[in-house]
Every structure is written in C-alpha cells, then in structure tokens.
Design a binder for this molecule. Structure first.
Ligand code: FAD
Ligand code: AMP
Length: 479
C-alpha cells in the first residue's frame, strides 16, 4: 500500500520548497512535485527564482556593476587597472554555477528534511489525491491529507512580438547571451526590464526601453521614481514612456521593432529584443476539472488571508495568488500555510512587504507612499536625507540618492520608507523590522547606529521627520 502524505506541495520554487521544508520540520510527511528541467537537461528545484529569476539576474547585475566600477570609478579611487575587458561566456558561466550550487543546495535540504521530491508534473485530483506524470509520461497517484499549490508564474508573451531564437527573448533568454549585442530593445520599463536593461547597458549595449504607461514606476514613491528616472537616463538607459510596441519582425539576424508614441508610428532595428511585459500565474491544468477550486479571470486562485482556497485541504501560495509576485512573499506564505496545517495559528503581515529594484542605485521601499497617504487622508510628515551628506557614502564614492521616511503624525509610527541609493536593498531591512515592530520615529531616533555606515542615512531621515537631523540643515521651528 502506498503511504499517505500529510502534505504534497506542487511546485518547488521559493514558495513551494520553503513550504515543504517548514512542513517537514514540523513533523509532517511531505512531498514536493517539481517538473523543472534545467539548462544542463537535469531536473532542478528552486523554480523561477533560482533558475531564471532573482538569483541569476543578481549574479549578472553584480558582475556588470563591478565591470562598470572598474572602468569608470577605480581611477577616481586612485586605482589604475589598465584596460578592463569582458569575458561574457565566463560571466554567464559563473552565473550558471551560482544557480547550480543553489538549486543543488535545495535538493540537499530536501534530503536532510526527509522530503520526497516527486519529479514530474503534478495535478490535483478529487478525493485528496495528486497525480504525478514523470518526464517519461508515466502517471502515479499519491494520497495526501493536504495539497499546497505553488506552481508560480511564467513570462507574459505578446502575440505581436513572438519569441524567436536568441533574438527576441523573454527574461530567461536575456540571461544567456554569450556576446554583447550592440543594441537591445526592452519592452516594458518595469522591475525586470530595468534590471536586464541595466545588465546589458553596463556591458556596452545601447539600450532602449519602450514603456506603454506615461508614468515611470507608478508603484514607487513619486520623488524616488523621479530620481530613479533621472539617474538611469544619465547612465544612458533610453527610457521612452507613453510608447506602445505594436509588433516586431526578425530580419537578417536583427529585429525590427514597430512602436507608437504621441508623434505617430515608428520602426527601429535592434540586435536583440527583450519582452519584459510582466508575468502571469501558471495555473493551467493544475487542478482536474472535477476539483472546483475557484480562480479569477487571470487564473489566480482565490484564497483568504491564510492562503486557503474554497476547497478544504487545498491551499495556494506565491505567484498563483493575489499580492505582489515576489519570492519572499511566496516563501512567507509557504511558512504560514505549513504551520497552519501543523495546527499552529500563524498569520502574515502583508502590509509590511519589502520591494526592491536591483539597479544601481538600488530602489527599495516598504509601506505606504506619500501619494497613498494623501489619498487616504492620513496626517503624515516626511523626513529625508541625501546620501551626498553621508560620510560613508562619500568614502565609498557612491553618493547618488536619498532616504525618505514617512511618519503618521497621529501616533509617530513609521508608515513608509523609500530609498534610492547604494545598498538600498540591505538598508531597507531596518525599516521593515521597525514597521513590523510598530516602531515610532522616536524609537528609531533613540537607536544607536554605527558610524560611519549607510544605515545612518536612515537614522538621519527619521530624525529629519521630526525636524532634528544632525547632518542637514533642518532646524525645527519652535511653536
Ligand atoms: P516559481 O518560482 O515560478 O516556481 C514555481 C515552480 O512550480 C516552477 O519550478 C515550476 O516548474 C513548478 N511547476 C509549475 N507547474 C507544475 C506542475 N504542474 N507540477 C510540478 N511543478 C510545477 N522576486 C523577488 O522577490 N526578488 C527578485 O529579485 C526577483 N527577481 C526576478 C528576476 C527575474 C528575471 C524574474 C523572472 C523574476 C524575479 N522575481 C524576483 C520574481 C520571483 O522569481 C517570483 O516571484 C518567484 O519565483 C515566485 O515563486 P513561486 O514559488 O510562487 O513560483
Ligand atoms: P512589470 O509588470 O513590472 O514587469 O512591468 C511590465 C511593463 O510592461 C508594464 O509597465 C507595462 O506597462 C509594460 N508593457 C506591457 N505591454 C507593453 C507594450 N505593448 N509596449 C510597451 N510597454 C508595455
């Protein structure tokens, strides 16, 4: 007789594999179904994030940032390195090695936690069963008390700009070019488009981003988005807003892109085209037709705040449910669901969700923007501090950007932190923790920050929200 699992997780990305590990830690008999076949033609865990998302993009952002620093900033720091050159295949190879090591690490964690990896494609059947079709097409049926659906998302494709070889690619394809194209067009100036555009611009490509919306990064605090747009333009990213791509044609190894803006229709030829117009939940055929899990018109599974679907014992987490498509959001949902299945009363605070764009400077934020607070009628106060006034940023020679802190005047609580600048992704964590602990600006003001650190800029911004920053002129007026 086959054993009955307590939990079968379908999908081994950051939502699914974390759910599986937490469930196993809590003593639940756990399996995870994952179908991914990697570049080396081997089954792999880790999902989009580890294989073609967060991690490989950050590996290339790191390499190319160092390349740019070596070329343009070393001299200012008193370092002469002669001619700096690129070895693109080696850079891509290093990225692949990082990916292989990390995905192998998840496999090891599965073994250590006694989790069964069921390799193949999973489908939820009625009566607490999951069908797994392996890579040779053989089906097996597994019994389980609970199912967690974590099948993630895939890039949205545009029918007018079909993917073609390594010329018209999605985000995954743009992580694998073996030589630097002289020109790259990116459709979509969202988070992924900006990160990939930055990678290839730093390597030497002319990069044009075509964005249909008229606002740049509309989800970002306006002042920060404005600073980002100005800085990226200065770096050479050509960002065209209010510009809709109408189609593309591959011709003689290049791609002709047709787009429309206020002045009319245009055509431009590029070496490569990256389609980065967002992602869609991957939920096709995940549940057999007799399993009536409710989905919305975009395919997202309907869940409550605890990620329970309308069918008892079936949960959904990560990119297949509402909320931002972020790895850490899915992972925390995975932890919550595993703990609830194990009988704990876990919940999640969706209001304190860190967001990062890993360009240089990095853009990072948590909580409400000034615009949101204004529309909600909240009486707030803003404090800000430029990195140009930070001793550590000056010493690093990296002073672009600022920290903006927003406090609710009624209770002095921190309600938003918005950063653009060096290491903003890491600096954000102090505000995330402060918000999670319901800290007041007074609490942050009393917290001693090491000198000289970039984190002092966050401290100073908080002080400035109370009119008492030390290293900028903002004397508080006496009432
Ligand atoms: P996924 O990671 O998509 O994993 C789902 C898994 O389910 C896949 O492995 C898939 O093979 C598997 N699967 C699907 N259907 C089945 C089935 N029927 N049977 C078995 N297995 C199945 N997010 C961040 O937070 N930070 C970043 O810096 C960041 N950078 C990104 C950069 C890029 C280029 C991209 C594309 C994305 C990035 N993201 C980032 C988004 C992040 O990757 C996703 O939000 C995250 O991977 C979602 O996790 P998930 O577990 O829900 O889904
Ligand atoms: P994100 O959702 O952050 O990945 O960003 C994707 C971006 O692509 C969004 O800002 C969309 O407005 C943009 N976009 C979608 N379709 C098109 C199109 N046909 N032309 C230009 N931009 C587009």
């Amino acid at each position: 007789m086959t054993e009955v699992y307590d939990v079968i997780v379908i999908g081994g990305g950051p939502a699914g594999y974390v759910a599986a590990i937490r469930a196993a830690q809590l003593g639940l008999k756990t399996a995870c179904v994952e179908k991914w076949i990697n570049k080396q033609d081997k089954p792999a865990l880790g999902g989009t994030c580890l294989n073609v998302g967060c991690i490989p993009s950050k590996a290339l952002l790191e390499s190319t940032e160092l390349y740019e620093t070596a070329r343009h900033n070393f001299f200012d720091l008193g370092i002469n390195v002669g001619e700096v050159s690129l070895d693109v295949p080696k850079m891509i190879g290093r990225k692949d090695k990082v990916v292989t090591e990390l995905t192998g690490g998840i496999e090891m964690l599965f073994k250590q936690n006694g989790i069964d990896w069921l390799q193949g494609t999973g489908q939820v059947l009625a009566d607490k069963q999951v069908k797994v079709t392996d890579h040779k097409g053989k089906d097996t049926i597994h019994d389980t008390e609970n199912v967690i659906i974590a099948t993630g998302s895939v890039p949205i494709e545009l029918s007018a700009t079909p993917l073609e070889g390594n010329i018209v690619v999605d985000s995954a394809g743009a992580l694998d070019w073996q030589a630097v194209p002289s020109s790259v067009c990116v459709i979509g100036a969202g988070v992924i488009g900006l990160e990939l555009g930055s990678v290839w611009r730093r390597m030497g490509s002319e990069v044009v981003l075509l964005e249909a919306q008229d606002a740049f990064l509309p989800m970002v605090d306006k002042a920060i988005a404005k600073e980002a747009q100005r800085t990226f333009a200065k770096q050479g990213l050509d960002i065209k807003l209010s510009t809709r791509v109408m189609g593309s044609t591959v011709k003689d190894g290049k791609v002709v892109v047709r787009f429309q803006d206020a002045k009319g229709e245009h055509e431009q030829t590029f070496d490569k085209l990256i389609v980065a117009v967002g992602r869609r939940a991957f939920t096709d055929n995940i549940c057999a037709s007799e399993v009536n899990v409710q989905q919305d018109e975009r395919g997202l599974f309907h869940v409550n705040e605890h990620c329970e679907t309308n069918v008892p014992g079936i949960y959904a987490i990560g990119d297949v449910v509402r909320g931002p498509m972020l790895a850490h959001k899915g992972s925390e949902e995975g932890v919550m669901v595993a703990e609830r299945i194990a009988g704990e009363n876990s919940s999640m605070n969706y209001d304190v969700m860190p967001n990062v764009i890993y360009t240089h400077p990095e853009v990072a934020w948590v909580g409400k923007t000034e615009e949101q607070l204004k529309s909600e009628g909240v009486d707030y106060q803003v404090g800000s501090f430029p990195f140009a006034a930070s001793g550590r940023a000056k010493a690093k020679g990296d002073t672009t950007g600022m920290v903006k802190i927003i406090r609710d005047k009624s209770n002095d609580r921190l309600v938003g932190a918005h950063l653009i600048g060096p290491s903003a992704s890491e600096l954000l964590a102090q505000s995330v923790l402060a918000m999670e602990f319901d800290a007041t600006i007074e609490d942050i003001a009393h917290t001693i920050h090491a000198h000289p650190t970039l984190s002092e800029a966050v401290h100073e911004a908080a002080l400035s929200a109370d009119g008492r920053a030390i290293h900028i002129g903002n004397r508080k007026k006496r009432a």
